[in-house]
Design a protein around this ligand. Sequence first.
Ligand code: FHN
Length: 653
Amino acid sequence: MNHQRLHLIGWLTPFIISPVITADLPLDTTLNDPPPGFSALFNGKDLHGWCGFIGDFPARAEYTEEAHAEKQAEADSQMRKHWSVEDGLLVFDGQGKSLVTQEDFGDFELLVDWMIKPNGDSGIYLRGTPQVQIWDNEIGSGGLYNNHKNLSVPNIDADNPPGEWNTFRIIMIDDRVSVWLNGINVVEAVQLENYWNRGLPVATRGPIELQAHGNELRFRNIFIRHINDPGAERELLIDHRMDWWTQAKFGMFIHWGPVSLKGTEISWSRGAQVPIDEYDMLYQSFNPTLFDAANWVATAKVAGMKYLVITAKHHDGFSLWNSDLTDYDITATPYELDVLAELSQECARQGIRFCVYYSICDWHHPDYPTDSPGGGGTKQSHNMDRYVHFMKGQLKELVEHYGPLGIIWFDGEWEEPWTVEYGDDLYHFIRSLQPDIIVNNRVNKARHGMAGTSREDIAYPGDYDTPEQQIGSFNRNRPWETCMTIGEQWSWKPNDQIKTLKECLSTLIRVVGGDGNLLFNVGPMPDGRIEPRQVERLKEMGDWLEQFGAGIYDTRGGSFKPGPWGASTCRENSVYLFIIEWPENGPLILPAIDANLESINVLTGGSVTIEQKEDCWSLWVKEEERSAIATVVRLGLDRSSFDITPIDIQNLD
Ligand code: FHN
């Protein structure tokens, strides 16, 4: 038995119900051995590099040299009584004071493993300022606990249970802090406030402190890397979980189910245009023999869509996959094949991110309290907690059998039975199933109606906002995605009014110009085909994106905010202007931006003249050379276009 392991198991025995007696394990030779570029703050042998706590960070600066030395000697003596090294671990007995690095640090990347007992509590002070929180709490560790103005809680609970090791990766540049816990980002570029003087910014240098808070602690693998070029490394603060989505810009939404047999609106027609009993029996006739997953995914690809979200279960409760938790699913239909299995495999094959829509409200399920039409009425015997258990079981099926999923697109959260408590719990549950999954704001009670923006007072409002059937407002600070129908109905409707190509593309342009994504909906027919009219419109969008997608994909909104004139996007030193409407008489006037123009060209053909004045640039393309959809002009600047403060174009009322 490896002595080290036995000791560790011995300490943890109270928490491991049956201590695992392991055969000789190889000694962990990497323990406390820093990765390249890092230095070890703890050498695994002694307290070299650490000192005892002599007072709060600001107070320490006030001591005279003599007083400081005297206090330090006493504190170090105390330190050695309560902080020790056991089998390569830094151990605190819970009775002394915090442990402080002798060295001060400015900008840094810090790695540290920590372990607490049930109800344990500690923290990591950065530059002598409290703290990155460590605790056994349903909120989760990693939050900047003492922030008042800025976010103080982690964006997810990523803790391993007490008695198990956790790993922090903490990056601090200037006053911004990002924290990853066990590989999951829990704090992203949040400003750490000066706990000691709220009127001042946090100190620019100071020690790392391991907080004593009255309970036993274990630490190991404490490594630090000085960041000497913060400008070059600032992007390290950013969590990249949503990068693929931010760059994708354009996705396919699919609303489909047995209701397509009636051509009425999915779920909303249940108990309205279609009697409930009739609606709930439609699955018995649902046999989309022409369903072809490869064809659907190819349609999305040809349209230039990068992800696909399908209604796995809408408010009507019908499950489009083979669910072990209900008989009201695709296997109960004459079709039988698992639609989601085919789609998820085809998306993987064709390089489209597979995502699912899941309705929290379920007017069919006996345990969900409200009923159709539209959530009207209450079911006789309902049990919301039992329904939530069912829902979590289905969501686990979706992630485990059809994942990894790009997004879980929740809906149906607006009804009374759903609460913030349920929403907080569901967000964590989903992220625990697949940490890198993206979850929209309809997971929680966070949404301001169809505008889709999120309430500020919700700790876990999901990862992005969801304006519906409308173009969201320009916003670079919170991800957002407009969901919109290509016709007028979400699910298939015969002779639906399909949007013109100009309407489709100007929607895409204005959404992306606002720094959002567009999730554009098709409603497939009962035979399994996407209606040829919708396929054709999507192909026309894809043809346009083939030519001008450089100004759409992997861009950010701005530098000129969307308006009646059109919209703009930016990437690196380029600004792409999508001029949809021109002023009646005269050029488009661009207000001056803090950059010099190095090049300009019209991507839609023709020539452009630009007159640069002190306060504005006048831009002109001859009428006969303008595009009917949008005249696309690329401006080449002498600096990063994203760094320019976004500005409105006014001269088009
Ligand atoms: O009721 C649903 C509707 O059917 C559709 O699924 C949209 C898509 O976002 N969401 C709800 C209406 O807000």
